[in-house]
Design a protein around this ligand. Structure first.
Ligand code: FES
Length: 166
């Protein structure tokens, strides 16, 4: 079987799973807009990000225009519109973390990973993204890697965290 056919079959299976989960959500709401963010999260859970094709697919399931889905998807920083690495590092660049050492955190991460903000390492392991306040301002500087949050960071704690993820 050729690669394209295998890929299309994989997409078909995954989209069926996505459809099943979203159908369950739809049973509990009157307006599909109320489950749009959750639906985007479901797509991201399966694909790791939300592509243009996925938005067209969501538009068909939810009967919401693609333009509306796109505006929601691009507004929320937790929805990725481009492929990301295995570990998504989101470091807080809001005011308190900025004061407590954001610049050093950013410099350490960029230097260690050899990428700039918004980029992914060539081995697809790490993506570096700035993010607004993570709600732990008294513990800054703060960052989040996938779903885990790290507090009171400094250069050596960041290097230890990164080493533990390899
Ligand atoms: S300013 Fe960084 S967690 Fe609030």
């Amino acid at each position: 079987m050729n690669k394209k056919k295998v890929f299309n079959q994989k997409v078909f299976v995954i989209n069926n799973l996505i459809c099943k989960e979203i159908r369950c959500l739809k049973k509990h709401v009157q307006d599909n807009r109320s489950i749009l963010i959750e639906s985007l999260k479901i797509v991201q859970k399966y694909y790791g990000w939300v592509s243009d094709n996925s938005m067209i697919f969501l538009s068909e399931i939810l009967k919401i225009p693609v333009s509306e889905i796109e505006s929601v998807a691009t507004f929320y920083s937790q929805i990725f519109r481009n492929p990301v690495g295995r570990y998504v590092i989101k470091f807080c660049d809001s005011v308190v973390c900025y004061i407590t050492g954001y610049k050093k955190i950013k410099k350490t991460l960029e230097k260690k990973l050899c990428i700039k903000c918004g980029e992914t390492t060539t081995d697809n392991n790490f993506t570096l993204l700035p993010i607004c306040c993570l709600g732990a301002c008294d513990k800054g500087p703060v960052l989040m890697i996938n779903n885990k949050t790290y507090f009171h960071l400094n250069k050596s704690s960041i290097l230890k965290i990164l080493d533990s993820l390899k």
